[in-house]
Design a protein. Structure first.
Length: 253
């Protein structure tokens, strides 16, 4: 099920609005409060600087989490393409009729895997996953006759390759589910709101425009984190280049 975090543009808009409101609220509180006494301004600046530093650290750690997950999805896409390509070659070791049938199924399977990476509609993606699961059963069943009639080391090699194909899909799906926890997003949001309140409360310059500098900067950071963390939405996505190369190799053979 898709959540608002899956849409980086929505994350950016929401973060900008909420932080802008927090900054304006801090500015209104300052205008109604008494002025800082001697020494209080220094203490306030220390707290403000520490809070901003903590926000920067949290954003940095969360960004690192998003990049790690993005790199993992790219690595697993490459591994899945290698597993499918290797099994496609190993089907040459099977009897002609059985090998041809298995190759046809692998070509259909690869087409579904490429379609899943390129699909942005969640409902269509669920349908692709259902068809993929059924095709996996068909692929495994296609090797059963060879394992029962000719249980040789060569047949075992083809069975092991098919097991790698199915396992690689499971690893990829697990990586797509491995998202930044909601608790981390909540912590960043609370820290960002607190920082904007402090900035608004401590700002003494004329004009309201300066209050929106921090909200814009932090919102851009939130957008980038959400974009990297969303496998299906946003601008930065893992493209199935290796799977497409494997499909091209199959067509050339």
């Amino acid at each position: 099920m898709r959540t608002p975090i899956d849409n980086p543009f929505l994350v950016f808009a929401f973060a900008l609005i909420v932080q802008g409101i927090a900054a304006i609220a801090g500015d209104l509180l300052r205008k109604r409060a008494r002025r800082f006494k001697q020494g209080e301004r220094h203490d306030f600046n220390t707290v403000q600087a520490a809070t901003l530093t903590l926000l920067a650290l949290i954003i940095g750690f969360t960004f690192s989490m998003a990049v790690t997950r993005f790199d993992q999805r790219k690595t697993l896409e490459e591994a899945e393409a290698n597993a499918i390509g290797t099994e496609y070659l190993r089907t040459d070791l099977l009897p002609d009729d059985l090998g041809g049938h298995t190759r046809d199924l692998l070509r259909q399977y690869l087409k579904l895997r490429i379609g899943l990476y390129e699909e942005t509609n969640g409902d269509v993606a669920r349908d692709i996953n259902e068809r993929t699961a059924k095709l996996q059963s068909d692929l495994w069943a296609s090797l059963v006759p060879a394992t029962t009639s000719q249980p040789t080391p060569i047949t075992a090699l083809a069975v092991a390759g098919m097991n790698d194909v199915i396992n690689s899909q499971g690893y990829t799906q697990a990586a797509w589910w491995n998202r930044i926890p909601i608790g981390a997003w909540a912590m960043m949001a609370l820290m960002a709101i607190s920082c904007n309140l402090l900035v608004g409360y401590g700002e003494r310059r004329q004009g309201e425009l300066i209050l929106f500098i921090l909200p814009v900067i932090v919102s851009i950071a939130f957008f980038l984190i959400a974009d990297l963390d969303s496998p299906r939405g946003g601008v930065i996505r893992v493209h199935p280049q290796n799977l497409q190369a494997a499909a091209q190799s199959m067509r050339s053979r």
